[in-house]
Design a protein around this ligand. Structure first.
Ligand code: C2E
Ligand code: MG
Ligand code: MG
Length: 729
């Protein structure tokens, strides 16, 4: 009962855990103690000699030894010494009849925790044991806690020093009291150089003032500095630092104030704990990503997205200051040929070189962008005069004309440039781009290799003219043209004796467009020259196809524009083309309009003569419309007059005599020319023309112009008899 009461103060699980060794040479003492302690719940062992006690202690885990001092052979003092020497982790209470002050004092000095005199009061013994065990467990706990603390401290030190971040502590005055190892690597300062110095030496002067407060943060909790980007100044003298761009290190800072509580309960600031993460690499890759989004990877020039951004800035500036600026649209001529013949890799190299050359012609404030392919846009802010812009355009054109050396090739290029000036040529990005684009195609259509201001291109033309011109240029590039064929028939036997080749434009949105709507634009812009070349080439290909299919040879009529005839090299090119396809000149009849001939350029007449010499026939198309005088016609080397369909339309039963066609027929006979007619739509017209001696007719009576494949189909229907028509009754 007594034991329980006393021991009750001591935690029961500790009692069960506690193992006690009783050492006494007197059996009676041993047993009585043993009994008392067992009742109290302790685990108890007995040793009747010092030697036995030492054996026990060596083997087992004891927490407490009750040790008699005076024993034969190995006495209590020796046991105590052995415990000390062997470092046995146990608490010792000396229980001895020996009362000598010195004996007890020496035992206590030797490591005993307490002593109790025999004979003892059980209550006293148990209290003493309790105290000793309490002490034992507490000191063990403290030991474990200290060990844990040490372990966690070394763990933290390890983490802090091996952290990729710069970690620091400041005192209340802003002096460094701690910096981790990373400081040297990131900032180039040795730990000793930073400790006890003020933090401001690390703050880049470009940072705003509040950065100082962030770095020496006094706030704690949620208001403290988190993920704030600042720049730190690195030690310029150090070779250690990796990040040397501008001697600054971009970091993301987390910092908080540290507080302690004084004895009178006041909270007071003791300093700052901060952690700065090097984000240079992250920023670099972010910058890389955004660079890629805004630049063309091939040339490193700004792309369309960045262009939009820049032009908006230029707009704002120009509006504010009432200034002009220029937008130039640049396109390399015949670049597609390089790509097609030498491959895209070579094309890319050319683009890189070309963009560098253009850049070399510019001021720093100008922006050159690549829109894709061989298209560039150039922004020239603050333009004072047109001449300034013209000078830049000329410089670029000259630079591009210089031969390009790409790998083993020497290439010659040129560039077409369209210029739009704000605000005259447009007040929005779209309208300016469109104007520059149209002006650029105006250059392309007029022989390329040059520049043109939108305002100049507009002279004498309206904007629809210019945009059709642009679309025509693109139609040629995109292969939107087709050649149709309309049969020319012998009116006496209705046999097809020839075909007139007629151009069609298969527009992706507007459908099939007839030449009346675009030929004149092509002629004015001189685009008719490349378009006409394309027509001739296409006809040659088709004729070869017909030959291969074994079709009878037909005369082929081709419309030639006066603009083509004016070209010095027209005849030469045509002859070369025929040679390439193995075709004879005599199967061609060239139709030239009367209106065209009236212009009477000498080059044209010279070319027509040459063509006649090569064996081509020449017909005057739409004859009668120009009211040309006969004497005038005699100057031209012509074989045939083709009566304009407006006169054919006039042929009616009742007005036979007054018909202009009669007059034309008479005229032709006098000049020894053939007459042919177009626009024959009914039998009346057919009979009339046949009676007049017209040897060929064409018109809806026999058929409209058909596509190349449909034409081939009508031949294939009756190959043996030769192509002919069955007329309606
Ligand atoms: P054109 O050389 O006088 O051609 C005859 C035009 O009359 C063609 O119009 C033809 O489709 C149309 N036609 C034929 N039969 C009849 C008919 O019975 N009734 C009516 N009302 N019309 C008929 P298209 O194809 O629209 O060509 C118009 C003009 O465009 C041509 O007149 C020619 O001057 C020019 N053209 C056509 N192709 C070319 C070309 O490749 N080069 C050049 N430079 N001009 C071309
Ligand atoms: Mg014609
Ligand atoms: Mg005609």
């Amino acid at each position: 009962m007594l034991a329980k009461r006393i021991v009750g103060a001591f935690a029961p699980e500790k009692i069960k855990l506690s193992r006690i060794l009783i050492v006494d040479d007197q059996q009676a003492v041993l047993e009585s103690m043993h009994a008392l302690l067992r009742i109290s719940g302790y685990q108890v062992e007995m040793a009747s000699s010092g030697a036995r006690a030492l054996e026990f202690l060596k083997e087992g885990d004891f927490n407490l030894v009750l040790l008699d001092l005076r024993m034969p052979v190995v006495d209590g003092h020796s046991v105590l010494s052995a415990i000390g020497e062997q470092g046995i982790d146990v608490e010792v209470i000396v229980v001895s009849g020996e009362t000598s002050f010195f004996a007890v004092k020496s035992a206590m000095r030797n490591g005993a925790y307490d002593f109790i005199r025999k004979p003892y009061e059980p209550e006293e013994l148990l209290t003493t044991i309790n105290n000793a065990l309490e002490h034992y467990w507490q000191s063990r706990q403290r030991l474990v806690a200290e060990e844990n603390l040490q372990r966690s401290e070394s763990l933290h030190r390890f983490i802090v020093n091996n952290s990729p971040d710069f970690i620091y502590m400041l005192d209340a005055k802003g002096m460094f009291t701690y910096v981790n190892d990373k400081a040297e690597e990131l900032l180039g300062y040795k730990r000793s150089e930073l400790l006890a110095t003020h933090f401001s030496r690390l703050i880049h002067p470009h940072n705003a003032d509040d950065i100082y407060n962030f770095f020496a943060e006094q706030r704690s909790g949620t208001r403290s500095t988190t993920n704030t980007e600042i720049r730190l100044q690195v030690n310029q003298a150090s070779r250690q630092v990796k990040c040397l761009d501008n001697f600054e290190l971009l970091v993301e800072l987390n910092a908080k104030g540290i507080y302690e509580v004084s004895e009178d309960g006041q909270r007071f600031f003791t300093g700052t704990l901060g952690c700065a993460r090097d984000i240079t690499a992250r920023k670099r890759s972010e910058a890389q990503v955004s660079y890629q989004a805004y630049h063309d990877m091939l040339t490193s020039l700004p792309n369309r997205l960045l262009f939009n951004d820049r032009i908006n800035q230029v707009f704002a500036h120009a509006r504010r200051n009432r200034q002009k600026f220029a937008l130039l649209f640049l396109d390399l001529d015949r670049f597609k040929e390089i790509n097609d013949t030498l491959g895209h890799a070579m094309g890319d190299l050319v683009l890189q070189q070309a963009s560098q050359r253009i850049l070399d012609c510019l001021r720093e404030e100008d922006t050159l962008c690549r829109f894709g392919g061989d298209e560039f846009a150039l922004l020239l802010p603050d333009v004072e005069t047109k001449q300034n812009v013209a000078a830049v355009a000329e410089k670029i054109i000259r630079a591009v004309r210089q031969p390009f050396h790409v790998k083993e090739h020497e290439l010659f290029l040129s560039m077409s440039i369209g210029v739009a000036i704000y605000p005259k040529a447009g007040e929005t990005t779209d309208s300016l781009l469109q104007s520059a684009d149209i002006a650029m195609y105006h250059v392309k259509s007029n022989g390329k290799d040059g520049y043109c201001f939108y305002s100049d291109a507009m002279d004498g033309s309206d904007s629809t003219f210019l945009s059709v011109e642009r679309d025509l240029y693109l139609a040629l590039e995109k292969n939107q043209f087709e050649v149709f064929f309309q049969p020319k028939v012998d009116p006496t036997n209705h046999v097809i004796i020839g075909m007139e080749a007629l151009l069609r434009w298969r527009h992706p949105e507007k459908g099939l467009i007839f030449p009346g709507d675009f030929i004149w634009i092509a002629e004015e812009s001189k685009l008719i020259v490349p378009i006409g070349d394309w027509v001739l080439q296409t006809i040659c290909k088709e004729l070869v196809r017909w030959q291969r299919k074994g079709l009878p040879e037909l005369k082929i009529s081709v419309n030639i524009s006066p603009v083509q005839l004016e070209q010095e090299d027209f005849v030469q090119n045509f002859i070369e083309l025929l040679q390439r396809y193995g075709l004879r000149a005599s199967i061609f009849e060239l139709e030239v309009t009367e209106k065209g001939l009236l212009k009477g350029y000498s080059e044209m007449v010279k070319n027509l003569r040459q063509l006649r010499e090569y064996g081509f026939s020449v017909a005057i198309d739409d004859f009668g419309r120009g009211y040309s005088s006969l004497s005038y016609l005699q100057n031209f080397p012509v074989n045939t007059l083709k009566i304009d369909r407006s006169f054919v339309r006039e042929i009616q039963e009742e007005s036979k005599e007054s018909c202009v066609v009669n007059a034309i027929a008479m005229m032709a006979k006098g000049l020894n020319l053939h007459i042919v007619a177009e626009g024959v739509e009914n039998l009346l017209q057919l009979d009339y023309l046949r009676n007049l001696g017209c040897c060929e007719v064409q018109g809806y009576l026999y058929g409209k112009a058909l596509s190349a494949s449909d034409t081939l189909a009508i031949f294939s229907e009756r190959p043996a008899e030769g192509p002919h028509f069955i007329l309606p009754n």
